[in-house]
Design a protein. Sequence first.
Length: 535
Amino acid sequence: MRVCSRALACLAFLLTGTGALAPPDAAAEPAGWMYEPTTVAAIELTLPQSSIDALEVDPKGDYQPGTFSIAATGGVPGSAGSFTAPIEVGVRLKGGLGSLRSLQEKAAFKIKFDEFVKGQTYLGLKKLTLNNMVQDASMIHETLAYELFRAVGVPASRTGFAYLRVNGEHFGLMLNVENLDKVALEKRFGAFQEPPQHLYEGEYGADVTVGQQGKLEVDEGKKKERTDLEALVAAVGGDPSGWRPRVEPHADLAQMARMWAVEKYIGHWDGYAGQDDAFQPNNFYLYSDPTGQFQMLPWGTDQTWGEHLPFDGSAGVLFDGCLAYSATCTGIYGDAALVTLAAAAALDLDSLARCTADRLRPWQELEMGAERHPYGLDEIEAGVGTTREFIAERPEELADWLGVAAPPAPEDGRPCLPAGQLPPVSETAPGPNRSVLRLGRVSLRGRTLKARVRVPGSGPVRLRAVVGADDAGSSVCGGRAEARAAGTIAVACRLSRPTRRRLEAHWLRLTLRATFRPEAGARESISRTIRLSRR
């Protein structure tokens, strides 16, 4: 199908001009090191039993208390540096109909830094999203997809990887995908004004049509003030004649067309332009600027690089209207498809897939030691192979649809960059109310429980252990020590006789809480859940 009247000339222009479409550089900021595909961070989460119980009952409900700590690595297991001091965070599970897993499996997580400590951030972030990749045996789909979206000028999330342990137990390799919230939006678009601006999230059939727009959830902006969305719905639902000039003031059709073209190219059947069924559109965001004009942002790209979608056909109402009601908009979409074809060639997606898979392999081998891994190493390798086959076939398919010559394939054997060496993570990273305490090694010798506590200065340190939730369970021991200067001290407490008897018959899960009261300043506390083995 020829959708550009001068397709060959158009392609030649776009091969050299896609850089102008790139969004503002968002990498030069404190959290940028976490969102590099060449890096893997190590993350420790600690959850008290009360949080575990609540998440088992309602995985995606309220955020539950926990602590978070992170360390840089040299790109391979065993290379982690010092972990940051644990900070109190909110934790809940993440996932949809196919990806939600319990804490007994390889669960995915949302981590909210300011849920229980008002105003707290970590490296300027309010949230982290850790995807479990259970619907992607290759573990590289999302990284490849978001790279291509960004290459054509769609402001998509950045990605890195993290190896996660929860209460000391291996949960495995996670995709650390940049959360789309006000923090991310302001890096790309400037100050977010509410009112009038919004970020709407679309899932499971939500669309800009009467009867479906109510499914669009307000993630940022005033929840009861939706005049920007109402104006878009009214424009889309009008008479088909004059569709583009009526819709364009409310929708950046050139930007949206580039998003749809990439969705089609990568086979994102579970997105906005993928297909037409009861559960689509799905996995998209609508961002409105101060004038009320919308851009569309992608999400949920794990099930990609496998479905050879047609480049037209029925999908979301904006996509359908563009191709059905406006020859000009159809041309815009054709140009966007040419941009996608050129950008995919320039990225050398096959090398990106191969090199990313090679870097992840040692971490996947480590994950095999845990009971939660959803795929074996052979399945992961097969998933990578299938992805690379799709990458090799897709340029010719799009070129045929456009009626142009496919760009030459990149040369085989492009060398991979070495695994990323992350910079040291500062323990005084930006964000108010960061704890500077660290609860280190804990040991049990006879009847005495001993913990090493790192403190920022002089003052008393108290240690308390309880069975059950922190501050709510039954106390089993308490101890005190005096810190004379900044550094690490040992604090000991003697287990009660009933506790020792219980430990003779069964293992125990305890919550430790260390509290430091400096000579000047506010009191600080940190907690950790530990397991004591039967003696």
